[in-house]
Design a protein around this ligand. Structure first.
Ligand SMILES: Cc1ncc(COP(=O)(O)O)c(C=O)c1O
Length: 417
């Protein structure tokens, strides 16, 4: 069992992240773009380097020692991820390149084969494009219809509409667990229960939730859950899909080729056992091993402690930014709804790209843009926003620097206008 750290000290944590000692334009880096991707601790980098230096070989293919050791490490990585989200076992975890690929896997390997004309897929207007665009494509291809759970003015899902939107024709409900724009944590348990009453499956987009709070897929009883490894300290090029074993057994494969087959003749093929049926071709073996090291790191901290730390930063940042005249913060205040450490905001009269450039000159990295959620942005009456998002290594000093830099940007743009 992983040992839990006795105290949560972001300053100590920072020592594990070489990149955080960088200076940008002469200023210490304050990395506040964690919702896009997180930085990687030494432990993850070392796990991958050790793999390449000591074990590098292809998995599941050869009888030699290196291949055996690589296979053991890669399979153990699936087991670590399964334990992290409380799946039944590694056969329920498919490694993908990112969350987008995991979501597409459901659309291709389940939707493409299962959905018929007239079937309904229910999504929310809050979805990231990666859990919307694949279903738009299936609508064109299969003649399914899409329905959407709306958000209210505060950016919360209108769950009162759920019973009207669900029907016997609903085959799948796709729901973002935590919004990458607003940081709001949606009551997915309620949605899952309601969907199951209508016999629909539920696909949870956990890309923003899994890195920041305890997630238990058994307790949720979701059918699918997608997540990004690179947003939870893992290397880029990693993500995963959780799915209930019985679904994966019945589903057709996603990609076809080597490693995912059991037998092949010129007439037909049969499929490998789970999860390899869904991992065709040479995998990102080092990436998977790095992801397992990331899971070890997070478990040592404890996900409750991760959540609490970010919650403190969120409350502090919300309060500090709200004090800056001309700043509009989006979504409900932290006290009003469940939220993670993501804040989207705009500074009156300043384009968020300009604001992000000014902040960059202060060494502060934030995101600006539509955040791959154009329907939500439109619904909330904005095209672009600035976004600050926190993680385990961020500090109150960095939040203070963010607020001070926004204040300075305001003054600078006023002077120029
Ligand atoms: C909620 C959500 N879903 C899906 C994705 C896509 O993740 P990836 O970049 O790993 O494909 C993101 C990325 O920002 C996200 O925030």
């Amino acid at each position: 069992m992983t040992q839990i750290m006795r105290r949560f000290d972001p300053k100590e944590i920072r020592e594990d992240f070489p990149i955080l000692s960088r200076r940008i334009g002469g200023k210490p880096l304050a990395y506040l773009d964690n919702a896009a991707t997180t930085q990687k601790p030494r432990q993850v980098l070392e796990a991958m380097q050790e793999f390449y230096e000591q074990k590098n070989a292809n998995v599941h293919r050869a009888v030699h020692t290196l291949s055996y050791e690589a296979t053991v490490a890669y399979e153990a990585a699936h087991r670590r991820v399964a334990e992290f989200i409380h799946a039944s076992g590694p056969e329920e975890i498919i490694f993908t390149r990112n969350a987008t690929e995991a979501l597409n896997l459901v659309a291709y390997a389940w939707g493409l084969w299962e959905l018929r004309e007239g079937d309904e897929v229910l999504l929310t207007v809050m979805e990231h494009h990666s859990n919307l665009v694949p279903w738009l494509a299936l609508r064109r291809l299969k003649g399914i219809s899409l329905k959407f759970i709306d958000v209210n003015e505060r950016g919360l899902l209108k769950l009162e509409e759920l019973s009207r939107l669900l029907s016997k024709r609903t085959r799948l409900v796709g729901c973002i667990y935590a919004s990458n724009v607003l940081g709001t944590v949606n009551p997915v348990e309620e949605i899952i229960e309601a969907a199951h009453r209508f016999g629909a499956l539920v696909l949870v987009d956990g890309a923003q939730a899994v890195p920041h709070m305890p997630v238990d897929v058994k307790e949720l009883d979701c059918d699918f859950l997608a997540a990004s490894g690179h947003k939870m300290l893992g290397p880029t090029g990693t993500g995963f899909l959780y799915a209930k074993r019985e679904l994966l057994e019945e589903m057709e494969p996603f990609l076809y080729g080597g490693d995912m087959i059991e037998t092949v003749t010129l007439e037909a093929a049969t499929w490998n056992k789970l999860p390899w049926k869904f991992e065709a071709g040479t995998a990102n073996i080092a990436g998977g091993i790095g992801l397992a090291a990331a899971v070890d790191y997070l478990e040592r901290l404890g996900m409750e402690a991760v959540y609490d730390h970010e919650r403190r930063l969120l409350e502090f940042a919300w309060e500090r930014l709200a004090r800056v005249e001309g700043v509009k913060l989006y979504g409900p205040a932290p006290g009003e709804a469940a939220r993670l450490g993501i804040i989207s905001f705009n500074l009156e009269g300043v384009h968020p790209h300009d604001l992000a450039m000014v902040l960059d000159s202060e060494g502060i990295a934030i995101r600006s843009g539509h955040h791959c959620a154009q329907p939500l942005m439109a619904r909330l009456g904005m095209e672009f926003a600035a976004r600050a998002s926190f993680y385990i290594y961020n500090t109150e000093e960095e939040v203070e620097r963010l607020a001070a830099a926004v204040e300075e940007a305001k003054a600078a743009f006023r002077v120029r206008s």
